[in-house]
Design a protein around this ligand. Structure first.
Ligand code: H79
Length: 445
């Protein structure tokens, strides 16, 4: 009798753990909740650090495209020292820029891992003078600054002997299930190792070379979400990610996916390239940033540290000046949502989450008062963000017999204007209410 009871308790337990196991796996936390911090973050810093910084050439692509031989590319292992690597300084600088998260390349397409992986000898601990895991101290430093941690990982690995693709036009094999299965095992091995860092975000790359089925993309997603149900995955997982990642090109219209992030270099390179001095100015970067914010996205701005771990001065300077602007305007950056259509004003705009404050980003010296048309709300107050100056405004041309709102003109004196982008807050009497018609029709047909 007692024995029976024990068995039924055991059965109930097995049933319970199976059911809860299934529920724990996928999407237990709704997407909006899981991606809430990401949606509010607006700025992240991308870090491309690898042996390609030794010669200062394109990360992985330089050998893939045949600009350097594979063997010569790999000679860079000898020059990668990380001698002056100071992750605490990196993290402080990232914090100072106003970014809320950082994404570091744990392994690029060249297959060189920045952590002490057990899956392959091709890692900086075993093959370079750095002789240590570089990801762990980075993760710790990032957490100390209360930033979110993102790990970049290339699904494809052009160095792995079991991976089919090697260099452009040269494959190791066309089809070989045994080899491919070994590679998948290796990939899962490395990804499992990365889960030990418990990142807030996984940034996959290189998914285009294989199908979801071959990568076992669904299983990768399940693995990551089982390990941490609140983690986020970028879109480069053949349909199994959470948010889209336009690369380099600023979107022209608001992307369809409500969650997106533009990744962009400061010059024309992801990694450190001494020869590339074509840096965007801080002014250009800030203007791109507000463009992204106005469409409800994030900017993931890239830096490329040198082989010894120092961050090039040009990049440090950009991060610091950017930080001055983001600090001054924090109220009009974090937690905002996409603004209103360009039909209503020539300025880029964003809205507070409750849609009761409209932010205007003035990225040119205006020729006269700023203009918003079609705004039905009453206005409570208008001021310059980060400066506090109250601005005078006037509603002009409202006709008592028409429901078309008047033209809202806002005076913006020279002395309150920012050198880069001036931000104006328009506090409305409630949720924004825009006139959606063509205008009052007067003529009868
Ligand atoms: O790590 C940086 C780059 O090295 C990597 N992503 C950033 C963050 C990257 N570079 N290029 N790409 C990703 C996309 C490459 C697309 C291409 Fe293709 C691969 C162009 C040609 C081969 C896939 C297949 C897209 C078009 C054809």
């Amino acid at each position: 009798m007692k024995h029976h009871r024990q068995i039924s308790i055991l059965l109930v337990f097995i049933l319970w753990s199976t059911i809860s196991g299934i529920y724990a796996q996928e999407n237990q936390i709704p997407k909006e909740e899981r991606l809430a911090w990401f949606k509010d973050a607006k700025l992240g810093i991308f870090i491309h650090w690898g042996i390609y910084s030794v010669y200062g050439i394109d990360e992985s692509w330089s050998f893939y495209n045949g600009y350097i031989s594979y063997d010569d590319y790999m000679k860079q292992l000898d020059g990668f020292t990380a001698k002056n690597y100071n992750p605490d300084y990196w993290a402080k600088l990232i914090k100072e820029s106003g970014a809320k998260y950082a994404v570091i390349t744990t392994k690029h397409h060249d297959g060189v891992a920045l952590w002490n992986t057990n899956q392959s000898e091709l890692n900086v601990v075993e093959k370079t003078k750095a002789k240590r895991d570089l990801v762990t101290p980075f993760a710790e430093a990032i957490r100390k600054q209360e930033l979110k941690l993102g790990l970049y990982y290339s699904l494809l690995d052009w160095s792995n002997p079991n991976y089919p693709n090697f260099i452009k036009g040269q494959k190791r094999y066309e089809s070989d299930d045994a080899k491919w299965n070994k590679f998948v095992q290796f990939n899962f091995g490395q990804i499992k190792e990365l889960t030990r860092f418990n990142p807030d975000l996984y940034w996959f790359d290189g998914d285009w070379e294989q199908s979801a089925e071959k990568w076992k993309a669904k299983e990768i997603r399940e693995l990551l979400l089982t390990q941490n149900p609140s983690t986020i995955i970028n879109s480069r997982l053949q349909g199994y990610g959470d948010y889209s990642t336009p690369e380099q090109g600023v979107p022209i219209t608001v992307p369809h996916n409500n969650y997106w992030e533009l990744c962009m270099t400061m010059n024309n390179s992801w990694g450190y390239q001494q020869n590339d001095n074509e840096y965007k100015s801080v002014n250009q970067i800030i203007r791109i940033f507000v463009d992204v914010i106005s469409m409800g996205g994030n900017l993931l701005l890239d830096i490329g540290p040198k082989a010894d771990g120092t961050i090039p001065k040009e990049q440090v300077d950009i991060l610091k000046v950017l930080g001055t602007w983001t600090t001054k305007h924090e109220g009009a950056i974090y937690g905002t949502i996409a603004g209103i259509s360009g039909d209503y004003t020539t300025n880029k705009t964003a809205l507070s989450k409750d849609s009761s404050t409209l932010y205007l980003y003035v990225d040119n010296r205006p020729n006269g008062p700023l203009l918003i048309k079609g705004l039905k709300n009453k206005i409570n107050r208008i001021w310059v963000v980060g400066n506090g100056t109250k601005l005078s405004y006037k509603v002009v041309g409202k006709q008592y017999w028409s429901d078309v709102p008047g033209l809202l003109y806002i005076e913006l004196p020279e002395h309150v204007q920012d050198d880069d982008v001036t931000v104006i807050a328009v506090l409305l009497d409630g949720k924004i209410d825009l006139y959606g018609k063509e205008g009052q029709v007067i003529e009868s047909n």
